[in-house]
Write a protein that binds this ligand. Structure first.
Ligand SMILES: [Zn+2]
Length: 215
């Protein structure tokens, strides 16, 4: 469930749509939660879908640390990557604003933690843009992401949290925010596959085919 103070904007034919803030969203605010409307599918379930469904999976689903495909039901599936993202993951099922987001600003996330199966060319425009993003980026960037999330979480108890009510485990989020339970590292959500494919197509995610895995 995406934060309610957001809307979809068309950006360009190359990028497509993006998600933008309609009101200020302060650092420490949950911006997204995996909710009961979102669809989580195994690779077998995805491959059993008729061909007409596959382009939608390739374009809009991401892969979690267990190798499941997650298809968001709302505008969250249109969130674009930035190498300087406005939000980062806190645990596997939540995203938190890691800076103050102003109205009209695009809300971006970090695809480098989403187990991409190939490399994507990045056109995010951030000063420190990596140029290409892949599923293994998390292996050398996780410490910086964890530090930003830790800072944001300290502010979480003091800001409105309209997304928390949709979280699958809101109690755990508050335990992280209040420091009573350790926050899991981004490093823990790498699915363990190397992104060796040289895929720079416009598709955000590419299906891992059984033939490509040598099965
Ligand atoms: Zn970039």
């Amino acid at each position: 469930m995406m934060h309610p103070d957001t809307e979809l904007h068309f950006i360009s034919p190359e990028v497509g749509y993006g998600v933008f803030a309609t009101r200020p969203i302060p650092r420490g605010t949950l911006t997204w939660a995996l909710c009961r409307f979102d669809r989580v599918m195994t690779l077998d379930e995805v491959e059993a879908l008729p061909p007409a469904y596959q382009p939608h999976i390739e374009r809009y689903a991401y892969v979690d640390s267990a190798g499941n495909y997650v298809l968001c039901w709302d505008l969250a599936r249109n969130v674009n990557h930035s190498c300087a993202p406005a939000m980062l993951g806190v645990g596997p099922d939540l995203e938190i604003a890691v800076r103050d987001i102003v109205p009209g600003e695009q809300i971006t996330c970090e695809y480098g933690g989403l187990n991409l199966s190939g490399k994507l060319r990045c056109m995010c425009g951030a000063p420190d843009c990596r140029g290409r993003i892949g599923g293994d980026d998390v292996l050398h960037l996780w410490q910086g992401w964890d530090a930003k999330v830790a800072h944001a979480l300290k502010l979480a108890p003091a800001v409105a949290q309209p997304v928390a009510g949709y979280a699958r485990n809101a109690r755990q989020f508050w335990a992280w925010a209040h420091g009573t339970e350790p926050v899991p590292s981004h490093r823990a959500y790498h699915a363990g596959e190397s992104s060796s494919a040289d895929d720079v197509s416009s598709r955000p995610w590419a299906l891992r085919s059984r033939s490509a895995e040598g099965k």
